[in-house]
Design a protein around this ligand. Structure first.
Ligand code: TXA
Ligand code: MG
Length: 350
């Protein structure tokens, strides 16, 4: 049985936090809001509790988890050899959507790190998350609180839809603000490497770390081109709605034209089409298609906040296939495009 507890996101009730912390300390699972997406938390020092996270999500056990800390002292206990850049990054971006991959301390269970000798650490910028970690008194291991492969949850209702009956409690602190996950930055190599673009942008990191690089995998690209638009890529699908999603990338108006052609073909073939488009191109679509928007192409922060809820909304619409318009990959747009590419079963470059 899963309990759902509402609380005030700015000033969480201590009694509710204490009940949730007691579950964590006893080895149970609690979903909680962060500033990025909802997390599925367990005691990060308890191997059995961490194993419970993988079971609840259906997550492959070789995909390591982030340890969430309430302060920097906790981070120092989890990594005795923090790289020199870590101090400046924590100073600048913590609490916030930046996860640092650093050498791990010995006491961290193998289940957390997937057998790696590094660990991912993050201090979330959310009063509920921070209060929960403090009250539990242990680092909280937490992936996004979705079933593996599904879009990440940005509301408690999304968590409920995926994990009811599989977790002990869900803390409902309202919608997560940012809407995309933290940036994962690896500090263990010769140069800082962005493994996953997220809430802290590449541009922000580059101002502090001139030699920061983007792991090619961080783009989320599968083999794709206009000539051979059909890419299998199924192995890498993540964040995906139930219906297959075709992503169209490039400049307007070519993207819009390619999408309109494909939509017309699909509708003529009797397929039920969903469209995920920007405000700029939202007008003039056939009435038969189900259209959702991501806001303006010039406002990637809004697209980030809306993205996962929109992908989940398509699951409740009668659509067989979704055509999605890519947005420019600057700033938070890079994180949005990474998620869209990984959700896509086909990418068309225009
Ligand atoms: O915003 C977020 O980061 C959210 C909230 C809940 O904090 N959490 C989240 O966790 O997105 P998850 O498990 O969905 O994604 C964690 C990412 C994965 O891509 C994982 O492979 C990577 O971090 N990761 C974790 N530990 C790592 C390590 N030691 N080395 C490299 N990558 C690691
Ligand atoms: Mg996730």
């Amino acid at each position: 049985d899963t309990q759902v507890w509402q609380l005030d996101a700015r000033c969480p009730e201590p009694a509710v936090i204490d009940r949730a912390a007691a579950i964590i300390k006893a080895g149970g699972l609690v979903a909680f809001p962060t500033e990025t997406v909802y997390g599925l938390g367990a005691n990060g020092l308890d191997p059995a509790a961490v194993a419970g996270i993988y079971r609840a999500k259906g997550r492959p056990s070789d995909n390591p988890l982030i340890l969430h800390v309430a302060d920097r002292a906790m981070a120092h206990r989890l990594s005795h050899r923090l790289p020199p850049a870590a101090a400046l990054l924590m100073e600048t971006f913590w609490p916030g959507p930046l996860t640092l991959v650093v050498p791990r301390a010995g006491e961290i269970p193998r289940q957390v790190t997937g057998g790696l000798d590094t660990v991912a650490l993050r201090m979330p910028d959310h009063p509920v998350a921070l209060a929960l970690i403090k009250a539990a008194g242990v680092p909280v291991a937490a992936p996004s609180a979705n079933r593996s492969g599904r879009p990440s949850p940005t509301t408690a209702r999304h968590v409920w839809a995926d994990l009811q009956g599989r977790v002990d409690a869900i803390l409902d602190g309202g919608p997560a603000g940012l809407g995309v996950e933290s940036t994962v930055l690896d500090l263990t190599g010769p140069q800082p490497l962005i493994l996953r673009p997220g809430g802290v942008t590449c541009e922000q990191l580059a101002r502090l770390l001139p030699d920061v690089a983007l792991d090619p995998a961080a783009l989320g690209e599968k083999t794709a081109s206009c000539q051979a638009p059909r890419s299998p890529g199924m192995k890498y699908i993540h964040y995906a709605p139930a219906a297959p999603l075709i992503l169209f990338e490039g400049e307007l108006p070519r993207v819009q034209q390619a999408m309109q052609r494909r939509a017309a073909e699909l509708l003529a073939a009797g397929r039920r089409v969903g469209l995920l488009v920007s405000e700029e191109t939202a007008a003039g679509w056939p009435g038969a298609a189900h259209l959702l928007t991501l806001g303006s192409r010039r406002n990637p922060a809004r697209a980030a906040a809306l993205l996962f809820a929109r992908l989940r909304r398509f699951d409740r619409l009668p659509v067989d296939i979704i055509l999605a318009e890519g947005i420019p990959g600057r700033g938070l747009g890079l994180a949005v495009m990474n998620r869209l590419r990984r959700a896509a079963s086909e990418i068309v470059r225009c």
